[in-house]
Write a protein that binds this ligand. Sequence first.
Ligand SMILES: [Zn+2]
Length: 133
Amino acid sequence: MFCPNCNSQVPNGAPYCEKCGVQFKASPAPKKRSSGGGGGGGGGSRGGAAPPSYLVLSILATMFCCLPTGIIAIINSAKVGGAVASGDYNAARDASGAAMKWCVISFVLCALQIIFSMIMIAMKAEAGGGAGV
Ligand SMILES: [Zn+2]
């Protein structure tokens, strides 16, 4: 084949011209982009946008709600940053989702605890009738 830029001969399948350095866009070299993939469920383009780490939410959940589940959320939040730093966006997205899940679990447990303690107080007030123990 011949370089379209400088017309010098280049080996077939070369990604760029060795003489002038121009890149061949329609390179015949085999690449990953196979047009007839199986479904192609959006796994190809990773965008480059880092997923949210939910770190602040995790810390709030730990401080005000449930300590064990909040700590799990914080650990996953920390994983998000590490995975983004190493360019592993799939792992970052997994950790981000896990962090959010554990934050939600913490808040739900917190709400259940409040409801439960209110029920206990109501029952105690009803049973005790004001008599001090
Ligand atoms: Zn050239």
